[in-house]
Design a protein around this ligand. Structure first.
Ligand SMILES: NC(=O)c1ccc[n+]([C@@H]2O[C@H](COP(=O)([O-])OP(=O)(O)OC[C@H]3O[C@@H](n4cnc5c(N)ncnc54)[C@H](O)[C@@H]3O)[C@@H](O)[C@H]2O)c1
Length: 313
């Protein structure tokens, strides 16, 4: 069978680089497009010797033409942690809007399947818990987080517009918090931040009173779900995440214990519009994709802690 040609934007980032690995293992030809704004060549360097892998340093805000066939376009380019999108507010809006449009245009020209990495942030600070795909969300459209939330809401809308108008085969994954090796220690997301603080015996900083909840999926589970979605007939959004909800306090305690650290939890003011609850309803993915997360949080955190330990050496 002919090798599938797959373009991954944001392929040098945390999730994108794991996707590159997995798709190469499955026998695909992978073109990774990334401007390295929040990603790093460190995540993909091991692939440079693979003749089926190509890295293109490019900002997807500028239009992109690639020679030859492209069978799938997986759009993962975007700052993703609150610290990153506060730092790059305009670039975040632009990659969600102009970047998504450019890649949809490429999908139209190549008649490629297009997968958009959307986010649970489209639900904002939700008024219902857990969140189903049919929930329209509770988003502050002008707050500091809006640069990310609204960019992703726009990117979902334009993706479905291309599906309806140009008959592109589109997939939209609403990713809930995902963690694992290759996250950046100081990107501000709870798990890498807590691990880094625990490994250095510094205070572990939780926001608010630490009673807000999140649910965390391990990277391998997410990739499994993404690939099943890619091969499905579902064109509208699908939640992929782990429904095991936990408070930020219990996450911090678990990490301190797993690291064997002397760190204590300290509290900082809650950022504006920080969601108080976050848990995916994954019944659609379970029913249609036969997918469910398998990796236990202790095991996933263990592997992530190991990565951060080795990264320090
Ligand atoms: N990690 C999560 O828990 C999570 C949750 C929900 C959604 N997502 C989505 O998944 C995608 C990847 O997230 P991540 O956690 O791997 O973040 P990341 O920051 O590690 O990766 C994003 C990648 O996109 C690249 N990028 C940013 N702007 C670009 C541009 N204009 N042109 C080309 N490349 C650009 C960055 O350099 C980086 O390599 C994002 O779209 C994010 O919104 C992630």
């Amino acid at each position: 069978m002919k090798k599938k040609h797959i373009l991954i934007s944001g392929g040098a980032g945390f999730i994108g680089s794991h996707l590159c690995d997995r798709l190469l293992d499955l026998g695909a030809y992978v073109i990774c497009v990334d401007n390295l704004l929040t990603g790093s060549e460190k995540n993909i360097k091991h692939l440079y010797k693979n003749k089926y892998f190509k890295f293109l340093k490019h900002d997807v805000i500028d239009s992109l033409d690639v020679k030859g066939d492209i069978d799938y376009i997986l759009h993962f380019a975007s700052p993703a942690s609150p610290r990153d999108y506060y730092k790059y507010p305009i670039a975040t809006l632009e990659v969600g809007a102009i970047g998504t449009r450019n890649l949809l245009e490429l999908a139209r020209k190549k008649r490629a399947v297009f997968l958009l990495a959307s986010t649970s942030e489209v639900y904002g600070d939700p008024l219902v818990n857990p969140q189903k795909e049919t929930y329209w969300g509770n988003v502050n459209p002008i707050g500091p987080r809006s640069v990310y939330d609204e960019a992703k809401r726009f990117s979902e809308a334009i993706t479905l517009a291309y599906h309806r108008k140009h008959k592109i085969d589109t997939k939209i994954v609403r990713i809930f918090n995902t963690y694992g090796p290759r996250m950046r220690a100081r990107d501000g997301r709870a798990i890498p931040e807590f691990i880094e603080q625990a490994l250095t015996n510094k205070p572990v900083t939780a926001f608010g009173n630490g009673k807000q909840t999140r649910s965390f999926a391990y990277i391998d589970d997410l990739i499994d779900g993404l690939l099943l979605l890619l091969n499905s007939g579902l064109n509208t959004p699908v939640n992929i995440g782990n429904p095991n909800e936990m408070t930020i306090n219990s996450l911090a305690e678990l990490i301190i214990n797993l690291v064997g650290s002397n760190s204590k939890i300290v509290y900082k003011p809650l950022p504006l519009d920080d969601p108080k609850l976050r848990r995916p309803d994954i019944s659609l993915a379970k029913k249609e994709l036969k997918w469910r997360p398998k990796v236990d949080i202790k095991k996933g955190l263990g592997k992530t802690i190991e990565y951060f330990r080795n990264d320090k050496k």
